[in-house]
Design a protein around this ligand. Structure first.
Ligand code: ADP
Length: 907
């Protein structure tokens, strides 16, 4: 042995040293030099040692420590001073198990010169165990004198641990190797891997006998390697060989029976005795291992899942509820362990004791997991916990405690929200139904069950078609519901439609039904929500509103009045065609615009603003009048009646204005006023005349009587007869004038008509008879032309005769001798027309408008004896009969007076 040889050599050297030492002792001066040199060396050594990482020390030839480097404290926990003070401290800190190794080394070092290494463990001052690599060496000076030992100690705990681990893994590998089936081989380094030797494992691994593969007799080994791996195997081996290293690889083999196997091959190049090189190695089937590894990976994933679910705290309790052990995985205990270990649950958690004991009992008896939920206060919080109690022995249970505050809160929140949803669903009058992807009813509220008469039925899990069979009288609706569901699914989005569902009493209700299909992320059907609202009333009012609107339109559009609807901002919402006609502005241009927008006159804009604003404000009709220059008829007068229209809440929503053209009425009114003034005038005059007329009568009758007497007396000569005749004529005129005036004033004041149905033909014959008497005096021909079926006329025959007589009398008066007068009557269903035509002097156009006025005479000189009241009286009477009188005439053309009387007026 080398060590032995060097020991012998050392001894010889030592002997020589001793001899020299003796010589040195003799040489004092030299000794001093040596001493100095030693000190220098020691100093140098110390400087180096102090700064090296290792723990260095130096012992003198007697074995006593002379120096300890500061690093000792880092490695051992003891200071250099402690080591120097106690020489055997080093020995003491070596672990008892390693002390023998250490002592042996020390014994040896006494006489062995070469560097020597030993590993041992020490216990540090703080109790930790460290591995030390100790190396020591004898030190000699240049003369060869022995100066002592220099030792160097390094902490190799980490390396040692790695080595041990490595050792472990090697052991594991070996164990694995031993237990895995495999095949040893020797082959040539060629592309066939030509086999020269194969162990019996060959058959099991490849399915071939070794003989089949040797020298590639039946098949080469290369052919057995999975084609995808062949290349890689080749290169892997060649790379290792080039590097001079053993090779190791994983690849797949294809066995004789087509099976694929994972193998692990390790081998190296060897040189045979004949100098040839070849490869030797072992191929191991690791298919199982790969599978196991995969399984392990899977199981690890499972374990991790399990580990993730590991409880926060694990406790062992015995049958009586005494805490035996605990394992805390992070949650910590509320009570320090020493306060509950060995204690009973009754003492530690009295509030939970009863339930826990019961659960322990159950767990022990049933051997099944018992779950207990409870709450504990933690500071201001209340925390929720779940304890799973499992029997772990005959009298012992494991309690696995998890904090589930978050879960419980989430559950509680979920329950609360579900509860709210449920309440909402059932409380709403709307119909609600949740269906699954197959249309089965999952949840339906009261309303929908009522609607379909399913309150008694167990609807859950049934489809519309199934429910159709059991519902009372809703078969058709439910079948239809199924169809519309399918449409909603097909559409894939919210669909909405009105559905009519009859009530049990037969009344039809309309529902606004919304269907919402829900889908999974992959597009599969998830569920369907059906919501419906009874909109029957709304529908009805909508229809009513629509009808009203139509009625309004029908009325307004055809109304001769102007009809306008304004909003609060005085914008036109509607105008009827009359408005467009009147203003010349199209309907579309009105809508949404204010009168100002339309450029209406400023005073009118202001008036509308005030009127509409006031109607909105007071909620009452507002009347007003205004003038407007119309496109149709020029300036006209209007009356407006603005009516507020109310919303359901009672507020004024719009204002509807009816505007009426009152131009005619105004004119008529003016006319009436003029007439009234005229009447007043006439009545004053009439009453005067009446009084005067009566006053005239008495003297007139005296004059008449006197004149008659004179006429009869023979005393009168020719000239006096003529005079009396003239006086008679004038008196007659005054008499007629007085009569006419009395009649006129009677008709103006209190006419006292007596109306009834009378035969007009009779009246006409009477008149003809009266007129003929006068006409004969002037040799005028009078003819009466009446139809046979002349109807009865509602009239006062006395007054009517007076009126017609006045007309006929004029015809006689204004027709020269030899002329003719024609009286005609005709009728249609509504009127009777009486015409009096003469061949007289006619009436000038300038006189025509005035001849019916009182006291108007066309030729005042010629008709000096006339009062000008005849036609005025005739018109008054005819108008009192709801009739009309007019005339057609021209100068020298004759005149035709036409009287029209209504037939139906009072029938
Ligand atoms: P008078 O007493 O003057 O006849 P009336 O009221 O009867 O008053 O008639 C008014 C005027 O109408 C007459 O003065 C006459 O000029 C004209 N007139 C009426 N009837 C006729 C007629 N048939 N032909 C021509 N002129 C007529």
């Amino acid at each position: 042995m080398d060590a032995h040889k060097s020991e012998t050599e050392l001894r010889e050297e030592l002997a020589r040293l001793r001899e020299r030492g003796t010589a040195l002792e003799a040489d004092v001066a030299r000794h001093q030099q040596v001493e100095q040199s030693l000190r220098d060396t020691a100093l140098n050594y110390r400087i180096i040692a102090d700064f090296t990482d290792g723990w260095e020390y130096w012992r003198n030839p007697e074995g006593l420590l002379r120096y300890v480097s500061p690093a000792c404290e880092r490695i051992t926990g003891y200071t250099p001073a402690q080591f120097l003070a106690r020489d055997d401290l080093l020995c003491e800190i070596v672990l008892p198990e390693d002390r023998a190794v250490f002592e042996a080394h020390r014994q040896q070092t006494g006489d062995v010169p070469g560097p020597y290494e030993v590993h041992f463990r020490i216990r540090r001052a703080d109790g930790a165990v460290r591995w030390i690599e100790h190396a020591c060496q004898p030190v000699y000076d240049e003369t060869g004198a022995f100066w002592g030992w220099r030792a160097s100690n390094r902490d190799i705990t980490d390396r040692k641990r790695d080595e041990l681990a490595l050792q472990d893994s090697r052991q594991t590998l070996e164990t694995l190797m031993r237990n895995l089936p495999g095949m040893a081989y020797r082959c040539q380094n060629d592309h066939d891997w030509t086999m020269e030797f194969l162990s019996d494992g060959c058959k099991a691994l490849t399915g071939y006998d070794p003989a089949d593969l040797l020298q590639s007799a039946v098949i080469s080994f290369a052919d057995l390697i999975h084609p995808d791996d062949r290349e890689a195997v080749w290169h892997s081996v060649q790379d290792s060989l080039r590097a001079g290293e053993p090779y190791e690889m994983f690849y797949r083999l294809q066995t004789r029976y087509g099976k694929e196997k994972w193998v692990w091959e390790q081998g190296r190049e060897i040189t045979l005795n004949d100098g040839r090189t070849c490869l030797e190695g072992l191929i191991t089937d690791i298919t199982l291992r790969i599978r196991v590894e995969e399984a392990l990976r899977r199981s690890e994933a499972r374990s991790r899942a399990l580990l993730d679910a590991v409880p926060d705290l694990m406790l062992n309790l015995d049958r009586d509820g005494i805490f035996l052990r605990y394992h805390d995985a992070g949650m910590g205990t509320h009570v320090p362990p020493m306060e509950f270990l060995g204690q009973s649950i009754d003492d530690v958690m009295p509030a939970l004791a009863g339930r826990t004991r019961y659960a322990i009992d159950r767990a022990l008896k049933s051997r099944e997991v018992q779950i207990l939920q409870y709450q504990l206060p933690l500071g201001d919080d209340i925390r929720d916990y779940e304890a799973r109690i499992v029997a772990s022995g005959d009298d012992e249970v494991v309690v696995i405690v998890r904090e589930i505050t978050a879960r419980v809160q989430a559950e509680r929140a979920l329950r609360a929200s579900e509860e709210r949803l449920r309440t909402l669903i059932h409380a709403t009058p709307d119909i609600i139904c949740f269906k699954d992807s197959d249309g089965r009813w999952l949840l339906a509220n009261e309303a929908i069950l009522n609607v379909f008469g399913l309150t008694e039925a167990n609807y859950r899990g049934q489809t519309d078609l199934e429910l159709a069979e059991i519902s009372h009288g809703h078969h058709e609706v439910l079948v239809n519901c199924h169809a519309t569901d399918e449409q909603a699914w097909a559409k894939g989005a919210l669909s909405r439609a009105d559905e009519v569902i009859p009530r049990p009493d037969g009344e039809e209700r309309t529902y606004d039904v919304i269907k919402v299909p829900l889908f999974h992320p992959d597009g599969k059907r998830k569920g369907l929500i059906v919501l419906g609202r009874d909109i029957t009333e709304r529908k009805r009012s909508e229809e009513l509103l629509h009808r009203r609107e139509q009625e309004f339109r029908a009325l307004a559009d055809n109304n001769p009045d102007l009809i306008v609807r304004f909003d609060r901002d005085c914008r036109h919402l509607y105008v009827n065609p009359a408005v467009s006609r009147m203003t010349g502005i199209a309907y579309e241009d009105f809508i949404g615009r204010t009168p100002a927008d339309l450029g209406m006159p400023e005073n009118l804009v202001a008036r509308w603003n005030v009127t509409i604003g006031r109607a909105f404000k007071i909620g009452q009709p507002v009347e007003s009048e205004f003038a407007f220059d119309t496109a149709e008829n020029g300036p006209r007068d209007f009356h407006s009646h603005a009516m507020p229209e109310f919303a359901e809440d009672g507020s004024v929503q719009t204002v509807l204005v009816r505007i009426r053209d009152i131009t005619e009425r105004k004119e008529a009114e003016e006319q009436r006023i003029k007439l009234a003034v005229e009447r007043e005038r006439v009545s004053v005059l009439a009453s005067f005349l009446e009084n005067v007329s009566h006053e005239f009568r008495t003297p007139l009758s005296v004059i008449y009587t006197g004149l008659e007497a004179l006429e009869r007396s023979a005393l009168l000569d020719e000239s006096n007869v003529q005079r009396v005749g003239r006086i008679q004529e004038q008196a007659g005129y005054i008499g007629r004038l007085v009569d006419s005036m009395i009649t006129m004033s009677r008709l103006d004041g209190d006419p006292n008509y007596v109306f009834d149905f009378h035969d007009l033909g009779m009246v006409m014959h009477d008149i003809k008879h009266d007129i003929e008497r006068l006409a004969q005096l002037k040799q005028l021909a009078v003819s009466l032309d009446l139809p046979d079926d002349l109807p009865f006329v509602y009239c006062d025959p006395y007054e009517l005769r007076r009126a017609l007589f006045a007309i006929c009398e004029n015809a006689v008066d204004y027709t020269p001798e030899g002329g003719s007068i024609t009286i005609r009557a005709s009728h249609n269903p509504a009127h009777v027309l009486i015409e009096v035509a003469d061949t007289g002097i006619g009436i000038a156009a300038s006189d025509l408008p005035h001849i019916f006025e009182r006291f108007y005479r066309a030729d005042k000189a010629r008709t000096g004896r006339r009062a000008g009241l005849g036609l005025a009286i005739a018109r008054t009477i005819i108008e009192a009969h709801q009739g009309r009188i007019d005339v057609q005439s021209a100068a020298n053309q004759g005149s035709t007076f036409r009287v029209t009387l209504p037939l139906m007026a009072s029938q």
